[in-house]
Design a protein around this ligand. Structure first.
Ligand code: FAD
Length: 557
């Protein structure tokens, strides 16, 4: 891998804008979620000249709002989509190899209860089929457990209703960090990616779409970007862009909202991640992470603008009831919620189906003008999606006389923060980092957080503090995200760069002033700009802490 020609430095956005506008790219991707970022890497690795624009921060759409699991595809088994189970199973193993710092195995407990929709035999059959189809490694295969063993593993479960259970493995990730790692890796292969650049109109030459006009959301400057092929990878906004191209015909998106709540682990002290039955045919996850437990999700239609998505009283009540159903002893209420997030699944509409029944498959929409749109899918499947899109891109490039693409093996390109040979290599790195952190009086969990956020870059952060190039680790982190990860606002740092907004709200409240000061100083902000970003962060904190809970019917934008 190479170092990016133009660094992802928020102080040098003008260089990136210039590079975007001064030439015709082979491919322009609109949307910097996991789908767009995955396509950027796939195309850049094949030698194409790639540009990507994102209207907010990278991953600020659905790709920072998921359940944060690299699924093995168990739910597709229920829909009898065996091909998909095989595909995601294979992908999961590849991603773990490419980025073990970002993708961590997580043992899941699946309790079987009286009156639940899971039975012992059906669960055993499903998990056995899943192990085989998804090619699950031996150490991570399912184990059926008797009631006593389940209770030993998880004493919080309701003993009177419990019949037994099973354990299996999922892989946990940080969705936004995965997206950023893809953006950074694509950049190292020559892609030019910029956040806060909103595409708002298309440029045409004859009947062909040849570019977009964007507005820089930070400076209000307009930028024209031209390309031989354009891909619309805007997730929940895909139809909005198709509409802009006057092409919203045929299949459409169906937006389904999913919310998650975060509790201090001491209030929800599960020992393992759990995938549990709600008794109504739906399932819920409860996943311990750092010193928190997060729970979700809901699955309800969102007929409003994708920009207006918000968590409602109904969402909170649904999750709390789900917790009460499986953990009646806990008595959790809204008061114990430390943080929350909500996102939209960009599903492909299927007549007569409930949101939770609709397929999670991706779909490509082609326009005669050349615009390629992609929506649906999962984090887990970003690579196969990118490859399917690349086939169309290459076909179109041929038609318009653009350059050909060489072969590329993105299954062999370690993601930013690596490379790690395997799990042992990552563990050895994490141990060395822990030692270095200890010398700075930082606790072990800080070393863990750094290693699983930045991989090998974490060492440079710790060494910078040891060498007194930075006064604190916080300063080293913030400066790194500004200078190497295009963090443009304090919210970028707390949300998409570190997920502290969700998993360490006390740190956000403690650190926000210092972080705002660092951004203001590094990015030369005037008082108005500083106040604007201060308010943006305050709003995000209030929203996450449920201080602005919306009524049942959320207002359309
Ligand atoms: P997005 O991440 O939304 O990216 C689209 C981007 O386009 C946005 O950042 C947006 O700002 C940008 N954009 C929009 N309009 C413009 C414009 N005009 N100009 C420039 N940029 C624009 N998948 C899993 O694999 N595992 C899970 O555990 C999982 N859990 C989920 C739980 C929930 C509640 C939800 C909602 C989804 C979950 N998913 C999960 C699915 C997964 O998160 C999504 O499939 C994936 O993140 C979609 O990525 P995307 O890039 O297509 O969309």
């Amino acid at each position: 891998m190479h170092t990016p020609t133009i660094p992802l430095d928020a102080r040098r956005r003008h260089h990136l804008k210039q590079a975007l506008s001064e030439r015709t790219h082979d491919l322009l991707i609109i949307g910097g979620g996991v789908t767009g970022a995955g396509i950027a890497l796939e195309a850049a690795a094949r030698g194409l000249r790639v540009a990507l624009v994102e209207k907010g921060d990278f991953a600020s759409g659905t790709s920072s709002r998921s359940t944060k699991l690299i699924h093995g595809g168990l739910r597709y088994l229920k829909q009898l989509d065996l091909g998909l189970v095989r595909e995601v199973g294979r992908e999961r193993a590849i991603l773990y190899r490419l980025a073990p710092h970002l993708i961590r195995p997580e043992k899941m407990l699946l309790p079987i209860v009286k009156g639940g929709s899971l039975g012992r035999w059906s669960t055993m059959l499903a998990l056995t089929a899943y192990d085989l189809l998804a090619g699950v490694p031996r150490a991570h295969r399912k184990r059926m457990l008797r009631k006593k063993a389940v209770l030993q593993e998880e004493p919080l479960l309701p003993a009177a209703r419990l019949k037994g259970g099973a354990s299996y493995y999922e892989y946990r990730t940080d969705d936004a960090r995965l997206t950023l790692a893809l953006i950074k890796t694509a950049t190292a292969y020559g892609a030019i990616c910029l956040n806060y650049l909103k595409a708002h109109s298309f440029i045409h030459e004859g009947s062909r779409t040849t570019g977009v006009v964007c507005t820089d959301q930070l400076s209000r400057e307009q930028v024209e970007i031209k390309a031989h092929v354009l891909v619309n990878a805007t997730g929940p906004w895909v139809d909005e862009l198709r509409r802009l191209e006057h092409s919203l015909t045929g299949k459409r998106l169906f937006l389904s909202k999913g919310a998650h709540l975060v509790f201090a682990h001491r209030h929800f002290p599960v020992r393992h991640a759990l995938y549990f039955d709600l008794g109504d045919g739906r399932m819920m996850f409860a996943i311990p992470r750092q010193d928190k437990t997060y729970v979700g999700t809901t699955d309800t239609p969102w007929p409003h603008s994708a920009d207006a998505v918000c968590i409602t009283t109904d969402d909170v009540q649904y999750i709390l009831e789900g917790i009460r159903h499986m953990f009646p002893e806990l008595h959790l209420t809204e008061k114990q919620v430390e943080s929350s997030w909500v996102g939209l699944r960009p599903l492909i509409y299927e007549e007569g189906k409930e949101a939770s029944e609709m397929s999670r498959k991706d779909e490509i929409f082609l326009l005669p003008s050349g615009l390629i749109s992609i929506a649906g899918g999962k984090l887990t499947g970003y690579r196969p999606m990118a490859r399917r899109v690349m086939k169309r891109v290459v076909q179109h490039l041929r038609k318009v006389g653009g350059q050909g693409a060489r072969a590329a093996r993105t299954d062999r390109i370690p993601l930013d923060g690596g490379p790690f040979a395997d799990e042992r290599d990552f563990q050895a790195f994490a141990r060395t980092l822990t030692e270095k952190c200890r010398a700075l009086d930082c606790p072990e969990h800080t070393a863990q957080r750094l290693a699983t956020t930045w991989g090998r870059h974490a060492m440079a952060l710790v060494e910078a503090v040891a060498a007194r190039r930075h006064d604190t680790l916080l300063e080293a982190e913030v400066v790194f995200t500004i200078e190497h990860e295009l963090a443009c606002t304090p919210l970028d740092y707390f949300d998409r760069r570190t997920a502290k907004l969700y998993f360490d709200m006390p740190a956000v409240l403690r650190e926000r002033e210092a972080v705002e000061a660092l951004f203001a100083e590094r990015l030369n902000w005037d008082t108005d700009t500083r106040q604007r970003h201060h308010k943006q962060l305050e709003d995000a904190i209030a929203e996450a802490r449920l201080q602005r809970l919306h009524a049942t019917q959320a207002p359309p934008a």
